[in-house]
Design a protein around this ligand. Structure first.
Ligand SMILES: *Cc1c(COP(=O)(O)O)cnc(C)c1O
Length: 379
């Protein structure tokens, strides 16, 4: 088996080496080169092997197209380099403190692949963003802010940090008494599974409770190598979760999502979030209507294992944080009753307990629970 370092150093980073280009003319390549100057390219050797044809779901995620540049050049003011306003929520460089009790710490800005739809397109793949000094300040911030009980290591991808350095970061964090949880946000297990080495597992094992938030977008990403990597992580006791970005042309249909979430559960990964695509400059062509995500959740919830249905969220533009969206399950809601709709579209009435202790109402024959159909009239 080739080492992960070799697979990574052998990454496609130049337009010349991109697989399955739709147009091989020099003119087209020149335009793509402009795209790659703004938004770098990286496709590691393992991931490149998994791409089977032009436009397949893996190809779409990593091969640049001219649409990225169109977005950049257009007057479309809706799209921004930093749509979630992360830079404004950084009390120290490269640490986002948005929610009361948890922070996101960027520990590097390199990734095993560079996703064309990346929310942090503004900074991923460029040298010098995350440094020893920003990391030191980030850890110091957590140490001095006792309200922080949960840290998400992100970037970039924390698992591209060399073993020794990662060990040092994790041990410094673990030594902070008020920090209860460490989460690692990573696309490595699904895109460079060779990185999950015995040595890495030995390091990770020392820092429980350690959670993994991985990133999977399509069932084709779950290869035998990926399955083995996830099993090894699960075997050392790391709870595994996954987040998925809803992407036009990649996974914007219920069948694909269902297959993805079923496959994840089989490799002991819990689908956690399904993201509506952010309004990031250079990624507009991946965005879907919000209804699409709601439709997908509607098609899954109740129809399949509840564990396999992630929260569908919009990360609110401007830094509002994640907002969960649900297809309408509450039809009516007042102090007496709640009228709900189940996954089959059937309607049910749930009587509320009486606030002032007047329970009689609900046992009285004069107010029988109506037949489900009768409830629809109140809707
Ligand atoms: C998503 C996110 C978190 C973690 O959110 P959870 O809902 O707890 O998983 C924390 N900080 C930032 C900035 C985030 O974007």
């Amino acid at each position: 088996m080739e080492s992960w370092q070799k697979l990574l150093s052998g990454s496609v980073v130049k337009v010349e080496d991109l697989p399955f280009l739709p147009d091989t003319s020099e003119e087209y390549r020149e335009k793509l080169r402009k795209v790659s100057e703004i938004y770098p390219i990286r496709i590691n050797g393992y991931f490149k092997e998994q791409i089977k044809s032009q436009g397949d779901p893996l190809w779409m995620q990593v091969v640049p197209t001219l649409e990225e540049l169109d977005d950049f050049l257009s007057d479309e003011e809706l799209l921004e380099p930093d749509p979630l306003n992360e830079e404004e929520d950084m009390p120290v460089p490269e640490l986002v403190h948005r929610y009361p009790d948890r922070v996101l710490l960027m520990v590097n800005n390199q990734c095993p692949i560079i996703c064309r739809f990346c929310t942090r397109k503004r900074k991923i793949g460029f040298p010098g963003v995350v440094t020893r000094e920003t990391l030191r300040q980030g850890i110091e911030y957590i140490r001095t802010h006792t309200e922080v009980r949960d840290v998400i290591l992100s970037g970039g991808d924390p698992l591209l940090v060399p073993d020794k350095e990662l060990d040092r970061i994790l041990s410094e964090l673990r030594a902070i008494p008020h920090l209860e949880l460490i989460r690692i946000g990573t696309r490595v297990p699904g895109t460079l599974p060779q990185r999950i080495t015995d040595d890495l597992l030995e390091i990770l094992k020392k820092y429980h409770p350690l959670y993994f938030n991985m990133h999977f977008n399509h069932p084709a990403e779950i290869t035998p190598e990926v399955e083995a990597a996830c099993n090894r992580l699960a075997d050392i006791g790391i709870p595994l979760g996954s987040q998925t970005v809803l992407l036009k042309g990649v996974n914007d249909n219920s069948e694909t999502m269902k297959e993805l979430f079923h496959k994840l559960l089989k490799i002991r990964v819990k689908p956690y979030y399904l993201y509506q695509a952010d309004m990031t400059m250079g990624t507009d062509h991946f965005r879907t209507q919000v209804e699409k995500g709601l439709d997908i959740i509607r098609d899954l919830a109740g129809h399949t294992s509840g564990m396999g249905v992630p929260y569908f969220v919009i990360d609110a533009p401007g830094g509002g944080g994640k907002v969960r969206l649900l297809p309408d399950s509450v039809i009516e809601y007042n102090e007496d009753e709640v009228i709900v709709k189940n996954y089959e579209g059937k309607v049910f009435r749930y009587p509320q307990p009486k606030v002032n202790g007047d329970k009689k109402k609900y046992f009285s024959p004069s107010s029988p629970v109506p037949e489900p159909d009768a409830c629809t009239m109140t809707a």
